[in-house]
Design a protein around this ligand. Structure first.
Ligand SMILES: Nc1ncnc2c1ncn2[C@@H]1O[C@H](COP(=O)(O)OP(=O)(O)OP(=O)(O)O)[C@@H](O)[C@H]1O
Ligand SMILES: [Mg+2]
Length: 327
């Protein structure tokens, strides 16, 4: 059984303009020790999905099974215990670190909530700082005394405090300088090697997650449009949206630059208040046919663990003619 199973999860936000279905019927699994990358453009529902799995936002349907336990209907005390197994780190570590607390208090906070003694907390915090590459003297300092990369290390140390089995990483390097990104990603990879923690790694940039993920999930307007082994999806995307995301990602080898579809993501993301009928990508898809405007494609298996929600996926229809998406 998977460490984390998410089944048909839905999240709705009520806004003054109407209902936004930010996460719509999303299912996926995360196994112990693996990394699953979750990608998609801004606003497609990645953070909402991460928070819903953590039960930080209410869901309107679906189940979250963590380590064999259904946490979707747990009340606060049981949920507090379950949360030790699963932690989250955020894009903006500064926003999530209380500026008035020193590092010892911040990193030790989950331990004191769990009832650890002061002495044990002190020892564990020293150990955690070492694990994330910070000196033990950091314990008396305050968040503003650290660089962005160091603050993200503090966020990681706090997330690791209770030895979770899952960490949901919500764009943990997006706010960092390019030069620091690789260091933080390497740290996360090293920690995975030494602790066996599993990551759900959220990013809007496919090139960031591709090489660290075992599997990828691609979301568009609240729904999963493709999932599969990372290298398969990267080498041969099945969904036109994945192909477009790849085309937008920087590639080292210019021969691989998929210029053909370079421009298609310039079209606007439809309003999530009013998603298009049929396939939600049809308004921007260079291959859209009449059927795509009428009938929503289900997420279906295509080969070897790959799933795609497209009537004319690029594995089975590699030579589909391009049409003018603006029509
Ligand atoms: N608290 C909220 N109230 C109402 N609508 C919200 C709320 N939070 C998010 N949304 C809407 O839900 C949708 C999904 O947002 P979400 O933040 O999950 O996307 P995202 O993929 O994480 O985007 P980004 O890459 O910008 O972080 C968007 O349409 C967003 O406007
Ligand atoms: Mg987000």
């Amino acid at each position: 059984m998977s460490l984390l199973s998410v089944l048909s999860l839905c999240v709705q936000y009520q806004t003054t303009q109407g209902t936004v279905r930010a996460v719509d019927d999303v299912s996926f699994e995360l196994n112990a020790g693996e990394t699953v990358g979750l990608v998609g453009e801004s606003g497609c529902g990645k953070s909402t999905l991460g928070k819903a799995v953590m039960r930080l936002v209410p869901t309107c349907d679906g189940l979250v099974i963590l380590d064999g336990q259904d946490i979707s209907h747990m009340q606060s005390r049981a949920l507090k215990d379950a949360r030790k197994t699963m932690q989250m780190i955020f894009q903006d570590p500064y926003g999530s670190l209380n500026p008035r607390h020193n590092v010892g208090t911040i990193v030790g906070q989950p331990l004191s909530v769990a009832g650890w003694s002061r002495r044990d907390i002190r020892d564990r915090v020293t150990e955690l700082l070492e694990k994330v590459g910070l000196p033990k003297e950091a314990v008396k300092r305050y968040p503003h005394e650290f660089s962005g990369g160091q603050r993200q290390r503090l966020g990681i140390a706090r997330a690791l405090a209770l030895s979770p089995k899952v960490i949901i990483c919500d764009e943990p390097v997006s706010a960092l300088d390019v030069s620091v990104r690789a260091q933080v990603i390497n740290l996360l990879e090293d920690l995975q090697q030494s602790t066996g923690v599993a990551y759900l790694f959220i990013s809007h940039d496919l090139s960031v997650v591709e090489h660290i993920s075992d599997r990828l999930i691609v979301m568009y307007l609240g729904r999963v449009v493709e999932s599969g082994r990372s290298e398969d999806v990267w080498r041969q995307p099945a969904h036109p949206y994945t192909q477009a995301l790849l085309a937008a990602a920087p590639v080292a080898d210019p021969r691989l630059a998929r210029r053909r579809v370079k421009s298609i993501l310039q079209g606007e993301l439809p309003s999530p208040l009013n998603p298009p009928p049929g396939c939600s990508f049809n308004t921007r898809c260079p291959y859209a046919q009449e059927r795509c405007r009428q009938e929503r494609p289900m997420l279906r298996p295509v080969n070897d663990g790959r799933k795609v929600a497209c009537h004319y996926d690029l594995l089975e229809h590699p030579a589909l003619p391009l049409v003018d998406a603006a029509q």
